[in-house]
Write a protein that binds this ligand. Structure first.
Ligand SMILES: *Cc1c(COP(=O)(O)O)cnc(C)c1O
Length: 386
């Protein structure tokens, strides 16, 4: 019995050919034609004027927040239900995350909570918007498009504009997703992508910052290359980072990006098959808002009713049958470095309730029909047995 992975890369195109070109030309390091092409093509895909490739999505977030003006001791609003990377990036800057709970329909940042926070808990002064509880300036908002479904960006951007706060989108899981017919990642002042091994397109690792402001893009590029201030002499006016993507990684990302339409249609097909087979009372299935098109990066179901108490058993049963299934990420506020952070939520954390009932199912582009049938069989037998 072969093991069915959660989300394995599908290297079905020009990956080897482009890598060979790198070797033949000698362009293997942090500059080269594939890096330039990637920056241009992916920026265009996100309808941005500029793209700067980085060594990871986390590095992209770190630099995007830095150039957006986040300073030590300031606060950044970020989704509580997310992979930890954006919360870590906020901390790299010495800033404090303020965690925003999700809504229950699509599991994305609840914009109503943001609105309430600005209206009831902040005051607007000469230095900007200040959180009355802490006296700290609110420096940015980081909506994370979780699992590929977009955050409801129109009301979020309206609020951000009203209060003069920059939006940095984390679109790591949402390459190819649409928000009201616009590519996800095209609403914020800056947006970030990841090319980690399990993402929609991968380079083994890597990331990208996109934006429309040339000055910001140049600053990201400058900071990502150790802040070099002279092309010949080693002069540095600022602390820089070694955050550049290599031409080798860019070669693989580009070969992957050529297959994006195929990847997206496979992901959509996988989701629709799960949707049909798993429509039972014990499971709550994900759905798209009528203004959204998800990348369906990972297909995640929630256990419902009596089955809601049996997450661990279901996960272990799937594992024992060679099926890699995972819960969603422990909400940020549950993790030790972030336990003191302010959490914006209604009576209780929706993220926690969702995570404790969640099962992410195998969603690789290369998942066969046969394998998907087996996943459904094992899952249904298990939830029905309770
Ligand atoms: C994968 C991911 C990242 C970035 O991850 P890297 O491994 O650093 O490329 C950031 N945010 C989210 C939501 C992610 O899923």
């Amino acid at each position: 019995m072969t093991r069915i992975p959660l989300c394995a890369p599908h290297l079905g195109g020009n990956e080897a050919k482009y890598l060979q070109e790198c070797v033949d030309s000698g362009w293997i390091s942090s500059a080269g034609p594939f890096v330039n092409q990637l920056e241009e093509l992916l920026a265009r895909a996100l309808q941005a004027a500029h793209g700067v490739a980085t060594s990871s999505g986390t590095a992209a977030l770190h630099l995007a927040l830095l150039v957006a003006g986040v300073r030590h001791g300031e606060e950044v609003l970020v989704s509580d239900l997310t992979f930890v990377a954006p919360a870590n990036a906020i901390r790299y800057l010495g800033a404090e995350p303020v965690l925003v709970d999700c809504e229950v329909e699509h599991w994305q940042m609840d914009v109503g909570l943001l609105k309430h926070f600005f209206a009831q808990e902040c005051q607007v002064g000469v230095s900007g918007v200040v959180n009355r509880r802490t006296g700290r300036r609110v420096a940015a908002i980081v909506p994370v498009h979780v699992l590929g479904h977009p955050v409801d960006m129109d009301p979020l951007v309206k609020l951000a504009d009203q209060y003069g706060i920059p939006v940095v989108e984390d679109a790591s899981e949402a390459l190819g997703s649409l928000y009201k017919d616009q590519p996800v990642g095209s609403c914020g002042r800056l947006s970030c992508l990841s090319f980690n091994g399990n993402k929609i397109v991968t380079g083994g690792g890597g990331g990208l910052v996109t934006c429309n402001d040339q000055g910001l893009a140049e600053r990201v590029r400058y900071l990502s290359t150790q802040a070099k201030d002279d092309p010949l002499y080693y002069v540095h006016h600022e602390i820089g980072y070694n955050y550049r993507l290599t031409n080798l990684q860019a070669a693989v990302v580009l070969a992957q990006f050529e297959q994006l339409p195929h990847f997206l249609s496979r992901k959509r097909q996988i989701a629709s098959t799960y949707q049909q087979i798993l429509d039972v009372p014990e499971l709550e299935l994900p759905c798209e808002a009528n203004w959204a098109q998800s990348s369906w990066w990972l297909y995640t179901v929630l256990l419902k009713g009596a089955a809601a108490q049996r997450q661990d058993e279901v996960l272990r049963t799937l594992q024992s049958q060679g099926i890699e299934a995972r819960p969603l990420w422990n909400p940020i506020h549950q993790n030790r470095p972030f336990q003191g952070c302010q959490l914006l939520c209604h009576q209780k954390s929706q993220a926690l309730d969702i995570v404790r009932r969640s099962i992410s199912l195998p969603s690789s582009v290369g998942l066969s029909d046969e394998e998907q049938r087996r996943v459904c069989e094992v899952l249904l037998a298990c939830v029905k047995a309770g």
